[in-house]
Design a protein around this ligand. Structure first.
Ligand code: GLV
Ligand code: MN
Ligand code: MN
Length: 418
């Protein structure tokens, strides 16, 4: 493994800081600087235009597809060959740090800048990409752009998704000027690589510098609407109520009981991350609640069993509490295993650089899991500080850790594009 070139840590860090100022806000409670570049908002548009400018400054040929995915291509010696693609996303949850997704996109550009610095031309072309709405925090479906590009989701179905204000993906994409002309179905690259902050505590706890990512666990998202009966909090006897808030609470507690029982494996996770009561006032029994359920499991059979149990409980609790409960699946992906060839190269590059590393499964969803449908794909994780907190302004990794991960990305890129 040729590790003779390393990326410029200071340049990469500056790029992360610069993009991190777009959509930045100061968290009132902690005073920390966070990022809010929710997908297809004006801030996301500004971030996108900034990254496109960086791509053009590197001499890349930029194309945008019909779902707003952006690709910057560097020619190879044999431009008829399938490219090696690197990328991630720059949209964020509304309470993000600077690293989630951005490290993969800016890291890809840093790899290309480093090749340029040294006059290296690869045999294969190289494409740096960022995909639309990886987070799913606005329109409810994660990995939206990469799922469309790789054929899991139809373009028209993606366009039709709406946010809570009723704005569709198509309208929002048009508003920020990112409905491109390129075919949304991506031709298979030779390979796909993504560098990402771990977003969890494992690598730091084990004192490791690099994670060789084995794959991504299954994800199942529900949006649940509970329709009960609004009533006066002071005058309505408890036994006459149909309290939608109680039902949401019981579902949440049942999820915790499912995890604690161990029936769905030690790695099962469940979260009720959103819970909106209507009308949401101190002295009114909530007549309606809209809430979400996020299930994760690396084992597909255990995930299916957990989903079946959740559905049984929805029916049971609705009957017991005399409410109407409806639910819809907003996202669903199975466990995805990454390419053993890419894993072996990532491990070899880390070893050749003297970086400690271990194999790790991703708890979070990533565009790479969609790209794995098209070509050999894999990821490099870098450790995060503060117990790996992510989707939070405290998300942090060091300049050295980021540069180490992106240098490993560069090694594997050079190997695969040679
Ligand atoms: C993506 O960030 C996820 O929720 O896994
Ligand atoms: Mn991400
Ligand atoms: Mn994320």
């Amino acid at each position: 493994m040729d590790t003779s070139l390393s990326v410029d840590a200071a340049r990469l860090w500056r790029a992360l800081e610069t993009l991190g100022e777009i959509g930045a806000y100061t968290d009132e409670r902690t005073g920390l600087r966070g990022v809010n570049r929710l997908a297809l908002t004006p801030a996301d548009g500004e971030g996108r235009r900034h990254v496109v400018e960086q791509m053009r400054a590197l001499g890349l040929a930029v194309t945008i597809d019909r779902i707003g995915n952006v690709f910057g291509r560097r020619a190879g010696l044999d431009d008829t060959l399938a490219p090696v693609m690197m990328g991630s996303h720059i949209d964020s949850v509304p309470t993000a740090g600077r690293f989630d997704g951005c490290l993969g996109v800016l890291g890809a550009l840093e790899c290309l800048a480093t090749l340029g610095d040294h006059g290296v031309v690869t045999r294969r072309p190289i494409v740096a990409a960022f995909f639309t709405d990886e987070e799913g925090a606005r329109f409810g479906t994660d990995m939206l752009g990469s799922a469309v590009a790789t054929g899991r989701l139809a373009l028209e179905d993606a366009y039709a998704l709406r946010d809570r204000q009723g704005v569709s993906v198509r309208e929002a994409l048009g508003d920020i000027g990112f409905i491109g002309e390129a075919d949304e179905r991506l031709a298979a690259p030779h390979a796909y690589l993504e560098c990402h902050i771990e977003q969890g505590p494992v690598l730091a706890a084990h004192g490791r510098e690099i994670g060789v990512v084995t794959g991504v666990q299954g994800i199942s998202w529900h949006e649940v609407t509970i329709q009960g009966k609004a009533a006066h909090a002071g005058t309505t006897p408890m036994e006459l109520r149909a309290d939608a808030g109680i039902v949401a609470a019981r579902i949440n507690l049942h999820l915790r009981e499912m995890i604690r029982s161990g029936r769905f494996g030690a790695d099962m996770r469940a979260t009720m991350g959103a819970l909106v009561p209507y009308p949401g006032l101190v002295n009114i029994v909530p007549g309606r609640v809209v809430c979400t359920v996020d299930l994760r499991n690396p084992d597909d059979a255990l995930m299916r069993a957990a989903e079946a149990e959740v559905l049984r409980f929805y029916a049971q609790v609705a009957a017991e509490e005399k409410v109407e409960l409806t639910w819809r699946q907003t996202a669903r992906t199975e466990h995805v295993a990454f390419s053993s060839v890419v894993m072996e190269r990532v491990a070899a590059a880390a070893a050749a650089r003297g970086l400690s590393h271990e194999h790790i499964i991703s708890g979070a969803g990533h565009d790479c899991q969609e790209m794995a449908r098209l070509c050999p794909a894999g990821m490099v994780f870098v450790p995060g500080l503060y117990e790996g907190i992510s989707h939070n302004p405290r998300e942090y990794s060091t300049p050295e850790a980021c540069a180490a991960g992106v240098s490993v990305l560069l090694d594997v890129l050079r190997d695969l594009a040679a």
